[in-house]
Design a protein around this ligand. Structure first.
Ligand code: DSN
Length: 426
């Protein structure tokens, strides 16, 4: 590791054993270095988090929980999991944390197992409106084994209308209500959802996967005092490894733990648990609070710059790290725009927008976010440039031209050369 904490001379063993994979990993490092990564669910983990995921902890089986395992040899794994749990509890202010879910979908499945029976009704945000597959969407196991009913956003505001959610909840009597989603640019009103859940006696789950880092950093309200369970991945704004956590009060701890193991999973991924612990330690620092503030400040400024260039932002802007852009009035669909941006070194994903008239496979929008570029040190002063690049490429695609792609790609690379990414070799 060099003096800046950037890892150097990596992968020599991998290159010797499997040059094909080693060269693809190296190519991915270069790609992540040279491109402006705007997918809002992605980030750069620190060198320390990356190192923890690549440790011998991957060799160990540990079914059960600290002090109650089904395999011996847990002298080091038990304290690691205890530390991870305690750090999560302290950072989010909860009684209990389960750090074993493999990722967000298994974490949410565990919630179903803990609180519902097959066939029960679950109320969640519709996937094309910004929800997640596991909030009861039809093609997911959660929409197959449970009866999914959905709320969305209002056409005029692009925001969820809690009066509509309440009407739906009173009519459908869900066993579980999910709030939060994957394309929600605005603050989630956890207290409002809680009052609805209480009225219909439903278990309320906040899926804060996208905003966990913003909550930890104090720039989004916390759901902890309002909901029964908080479900979150650890690899988005929280800047940890790919994993997940379930957080709850002590009254639900047993049900959650039992649902994760033995209900749903086998042995926890101990290397991931260790990396989650490291990320939680980092997230408890003042630096991380500054980072979270900057993520939101960057997203707001980027939204303003894009709106000034005639981009139609769902809900008119953002309170978070994320912007959802309807490209309809720019005369281009989301997928060709995303592909052209990718060729220009700007990585986004195509996304449905509320009331999309196009298919989910070829939707009208793109979804962008600022967690990764903020991890590289970009600030508000760079957002006009980013918006200009996006505008240039999207305008070109709409005109059937590739004119700006090469120029933008070169400019992106030049800017990023001055902002090394955490965890990547220089
Ligand atoms: N794939 C995640 C996202 O991009 O938001 C959700 O699971």
């Amino acid at each position: 590791m060099d003096i800046h904490g950037h890892v150097t001379n990596r992968h020599h063993q991998l290159a010797a054993v499997d040059p094909e994979i080693a060269s693809l990993v190296r190519a991915e490092e270069l790609l992540q270095h040279d491109t402006l990564r705007l997918i809002p669910s992605e980030n750069y983990v620190s060198a320390a988090v990356l190192e923890a995921t690549g440790t011998v902890l991957t060799n160990k089986y540990s079914e059960g929980y600290p002090g109650r395992r089904y395999y011996e040899g847990q002298q080091n794994v038990d304290p690691i999991e205890i530390i991870a749990r305690e750090r999560a509890q302290s950072l989010f202010g909860v009684d209990h944390a389960n750090v074993q879910p493999y990722s967000g979908s298994p974490a949410n499945l565990a919630v179903y197992l803990a609180f519902a029976k097959p066939g029960d009704t679950v109320l969640g945000m519709s996937l094309p409106m910004g929800g997640h597959l596991t909030h009861g969407w039809g093609v997911s196991a959660t929409g197959t084994w449970f009866r999914g009913v959905r709320y969305g956003v209002r056409a005029d505001t692009g925001r969820t209308d809690l009066d509509e959610v309440r009407d739906l909840a009173l009519r459908e009597r869900p066993r579980i209500i999910f709030c939060g989603g994957t394309a929600v640019p605005r603050t989630v009103d956890f207290a409002g959802f809680a009052s609805i859940a209480r009225e219909v006696d439903a278990t309320l789950v906040a899926d804060v996967s996208h905003i966990a880092g913003l909550i930890a950093g104090g720039v989004h309200p916390s759901p902890v005092d309002h909901v029964d369970v908080v479900s979150t991945t650890t690899h988005k704004t929280l800047r940890g490894p790919r994993g997940a956590m379930l957080l709850c009060g002590r009254e639900h701890a047993k049900a959650i733990d039992k649902a994760v193991f033995p209900g749903l999973q086998g042995g926890p991924h101990n290397h991931t648990t260790a990396a989650i612990a490291v990320a939680l330690r980092e997230a408890a620092t003042d630096d991380f609070r500054t980072y979270a503030r900057q993520v939101v400040a960057n997203a707001r400024r980027l939204g303003e710059e894009l709106a000034a260039r005639d981009f139609d932002l769902v809900s008119g802007g953002t309170d978070t790290h994320l912007l959802l852009i309807d490209l309809s009035r720019r005369g281009v669909a989301g997928k060709p725009a995303a592909k052209a941006l990718d060729r220009a070194g700007i990585v986004v994903n195509h996304n449905t927008v509320p009331f999309d008239r196009r298919s989910p496979f070829d939707p009208s929008g793109i979804r962008i976010g600022t967690p990764a570029l903020t991890s590289r040190g970009l600030t508000e002063e760079h957002m006009a440039l980013v918006a200009r690049w996006i505008d240039r490429v999207v305008s070109d695609v709409a005109a059937g031209s590739e004119g700006g792609v090469a120029t933008v790609r070169a400019e992106v690379r030049e800017l990023l050369a001055g902002y090394p990414a955490p965890g990547l070799p220089v």
